[in-house]
Write a protein that binds this ligand. Structure first.
Ligand SMILES: [Zn+2]
Ligand SMILES: [Zn+2]
Length: 263
């Protein structure tokens, strides 16, 4: 499986991806925004875009659908619940569906509501597993919930779906927010060595050169996976007096998401 991460240099710092079968050159285009960039990249490598996948309906993940489809005839796949909003969807997806790309790639569809209520992530069962996480899980962060989402539901997705994936899973997110998110982590946990060392190492680095993190790493520096951490809880209780002394992970997650909105 080849994963090509493309950087359209958009205001919202989107990433999009080509997932390519090495045997056939068939490619899945994930979240096309800059259609020209996707088409040029595929053409230059001799790849053939046969399918388009939108993780959710937001325009910065779908705007390139029409032009990519017109140029390639690719079919469009999206969450069944987002299909009508997106328009032109050929295949509506649900939890457990399998997307095949070429002869060698099988991607499992995870129903991952929270950022929007109809959002899919794709999980690649491979030697090094991969997760295409859209706006659900960012490197060192979590998607916001103020455009049709719900933080309680996003918590369920994190705890029931994402946290259970293998630690070696590489996280291919829909936006480049890593450095900024590490700032949020260090604001919660000033003594988090892994976060401070990574932030120092990445300072000034271009978005095109940012690392792809693993879930094992996320559990070390992504606040939204560290819901039992005493420093995080103490800091939240200082800001949210209604948070109990021994809060549930769900309560911590929801307060963190609220705090991140103003941070
Ligand atoms: Zn979004
Ligand atoms: Zn987005």
């Amino acid at each position: 499986m080849i994963v090509e991460r493309l950087w359209p240099d958009s205001r919202l710092r989107n990433y999009h991806y080509l997932v390519v079968c090495e045997e056939t050159g068939d490619a899945l285009a994930i979240d096309p925004l800059d259609a020209d960039l996707m088409l040029r990249s595929a053409r230059a490598r001799g790849w053939n875009i046969t399918q388009i996948l939108n993780t959710h309906h937001h325009l910065d993940h779908t705007a390139g659908n029409g032009a990519v489809k017109a140029a390639t005839g690719a079919s469009i796949l999206a969450h069944a619940g987002a299909a009508a909003t997106i328009g032109g969807v050929d295949r509506g997806l649900a939890q457990g569906d399998v997307i095949r790309v070429g002869r060698t790639i099988e991607l499992e569809c995870l129903d991952t509501p929270g950022h929007t209520m109809s959002h899919v992530c794709l999980f690649a069962h491979a030697e090094q597993p991969a997760l295409f996480s859209g706006d659900t899980l960012f490197n060192a962060g979590a998607g916001n919930c103020h455009q049709g989402g719900d933080p309680e539901v996003l918590y369920e997705t994190f705890s029931e779906k994402l946290a259970r994936l293998p630690d070696s899973t590489r996280v291919y997110a829909g936006h480049e927010y890593l450095l900024n998110n590490l700032g949020f982590t260090l604001d919660r946990e000033p003594l988090n060595q892994v976060a401070s060392q990574l932030r120092a190492a990445l300072a000034g680095r271009a978005a095109t050169d940012m690392p792809v993190t693993t879930l094992a790493e996320e559990k070390q520096f992504n606040t939204f996976f560290r819901l039992q951490n005493p420093a995080i809880i103490a800091g939240l209780r200082a800001r949210f007096p209604d948070l109990p002394e021994t809060p549930t992970p769900r309560e911590v997650f929801v307060k963190l998401r609220a705090l991140r909105n103003q941070w």
